[in-house]
Design a protein around this ligand. Structure first.
Ligand SMILES: [Zn+2]
Length: 329
């Protein structure tokens, strides 16, 4: 139970780390601090990024650590929530495993710490202060460099037996399909993440089709595997009526809809909350996903399910992490 006015949330993503001091009664971010992240060779280097954003957020908020209930961290990867361990993440070299993040944070700040995966914290943020308010039965799906999801039933996140429940990005939507980052074939993430959308557009450019994307990203090299087409560029291209991007986004939305329709039939949730930068900026993706979800689901379940955009944008994770930290405190 929350005893103090604030808690600290940290959202450790693939490209950035955001820390925030959150007012627990309202979900308002009192102060925030952000740094770029990359892959790290050591647990200490990763922890330093976390300390940096915690310290920065406290200064920005003009709040002392002692005024906070605790510190919550969400990270893209596998965590052992009970023991506060980071088991593995793409941000760390494989030699670093079982990093005791919770114990390290508690030792440094003398505050309770909670470690979760990044989708779970975002789902809790949306549940408490965003698109999940007033609903305790929903699915949260976030589309970014990958696709993550969480299942909320009776107001609680369903972790699953081994902590993997909600991994909608790794459900099969094409037999013998594209190879996914996890190594398997035909998974949703390989068709509808921002990374997948980028790959398809670059492929079309290499085949000689033209797109405003080449004007929007000066010097774009379609053969460069490291290119990431940002959500803002996709938005502008769709608005300009670009055929390649419109086609690609519509198709990605269809695949998301196929995945969601299966979830609707299997879980029969009251609501689906779709979030992530690309959903936020590109309405066409959301519209296509909604259309195909309703079209492919069993008629009554597909008609009844509420499909909404996440409301807290980039802040759902830090707000959720703070909420979780205050609950375990
Ligand atoms: Zn996969």
């Amino acid at each position: 139970m929350a005893k103090k006015k604030y808690a600290i949330g940290v959202d450790f993503g693939g490209t950035k780390v955001l820390g925030a001091v959150v007012e627990l009664a309202t979900g308002k971010v009192k102060g925030e601090y952000k740094v770029a992240s990359s892959a790290y060779d050591s647990g200490d280097a990763l922890m330093d990024r976390i300390y940096e954003v915690i310290d920065g957020a406290l200064v920005a908020a003009d709040v002392k650590a002692s005024e906070c209930d605790g510190i919550g961290v969400g990270i893209a990867g596998q965590v052992d929530a009970d023991r506060g361990l980071l088991i593995g993440t793409a941000n760390l070299s494989r030699s670093v495993v079982d990093l005791p993040m919770g114990a390290n944070i508690t030792k440094k700040y003398k505050l309770p710490a909670a470690i979760r995966n990044d989708v779970q914290i975002a789902a809790v943020g949306e549940a408490r202060f965003g698109a999940g308010v007033g609903c305790d039965d929903f699915l949260c799906v976030f589309i970014g460099t990958g696709i993550g999801g969480a299942i909320v039933k009776n107001g609680q996140i369903l972790p699953g037996f081994s902590g993997n429940a909600g991994e909608i990005g790794h459900t099969t939507i094409e037999a013998h399909g594209r190879i996914c980052g996890c190594g398997a074939r035909g998974h949703l993430e390989a068709y509808a993440s921002r990374t997948a959308i980028t790959k398809v557009i670059l492929g079309e450019l290499r085949r000689g089709r033209t797109s405003v994307v080449t004007d929007l990203i000066p010097g774009l090299d379609p053969t460069d595997a490291g290119v990431a087409i940002k959500s803002g560029v996709l938005k502008k291209a769709v608005k300009a009526g670009d055929v390649v991007v419109t086609e690609t986004v519509t198709e990605a939305g269809k695949y998301i809809g196929l995945g969601l329709a299966s979830m609707v039939n299997f879980v029969n949730p009251q609501r689906i909350i779709l979030g992530g930068g690309v959903v936020d900026s590109v309405d066409l993706l959301f519209e296509s996903a909604e259309y195909w979800t309703r079209h492919e689901a069993l008629p009554y379940a597909g008609k009844m399910v509420e499909i909404e955009k996440a409301k807290l944008g980039d802040y759902s994770g830090v707000i959720g992490a703070a909420v979780i930290a205050s609950e375990v405190a």
